[in-house]
Design a protein around this ligand. Structure first.
Ligand SMILES: C[S@@+](CC[C@H](N)C(=O)[O-])C[C@H]1O[C@@H](n2cnc3c(N)ncnc32)[C@H](O)[C@@H]1O
Length: 170
């Protein structure tokens, strides 16, 4: 009985935040994660994940780049708590997880932004870009509405999922 109640609370919490935020905490596919890791490899700046969900991508990034700071922002409490468990279980000292709306955060100057959001979320991110002063943005599946991507990579999956790369250094 107790476990059913816990399960329902989790389900309601995740469902409510999915409704409010307009996106579920569905993780990037393993193929997308591999590509995202390759794309952030060439720089040495901090990596900021906008909407880190269950923390799977943050975990992979923090493991792949132990010398770099990885910050994940997530609002949905259940996925956030799960990601914190992963962080402590694997002692990822370079990974910082924050339960907050990334639209209201101060992002380290020159950071690489990584996200997997939805069209409305990308509009919001676009409005914040001046303020963020990031060096680049890498977005799984969804493009910024008004900016042309510097590069588009298509994953070799059935959807030919696009990964959009925006370089703000120039
Ligand atoms: C599709 S998931 C992607 C998870 C992870 N980035 C990945 O690629 O595996 C998008 C996540 O963004 C979170 N999110 C959406 N808008 C947000 C906001 N303004 N602030 C913080 N988190 C947000 C959602 O709660 C959701 O967990």
């Amino acid at each position: 009985m107790f476990s059913i109640a816990i399960f329902l609370v989790i389900l309601i919490s995740v469902g409510r935040h999915t409704f409010v935020l307009g996106i579920s905490p569905m993780p990037s596919s393993p193929r997308a994660i591999r590509e995202l890791i390759l794309l952030v490899k060439s720089a040495d700046s901090p990596i900021v994940e906008l909407g880190s969900g269950w923390g799977i991508l943050s975990y992979k990034l923090a493991r792949a780049f132990p010398e770099r700071q990885v910050i994940g922002y997530e609002l949905s409490p259940v996925p956030y708590l799960f990601s914190v468990l992963i962080k402590y279980f694997f002692s990822l000292t370079n990974l910082k997880l924050v339960r907050a709306n990334f639209l209201h955060q101060k992002i380290p100057v020159g950071a690489i932004l990584v996200c997997y959001l939805y069209p409305g979320g990308m509009s919001e991110v676009e409005k914040k870009l001046e303020e963020y002063k990031s060096s680049s943005l890498i977005s799984n599946t969804f493009a910024l509405p008004n900016k042309k991507a510097d590069k588009i990579i298509r994953l070799e999956d059935i959807y030919k999922t696009p990964i959009y790369l925006y370089d703000f250094k120039n």
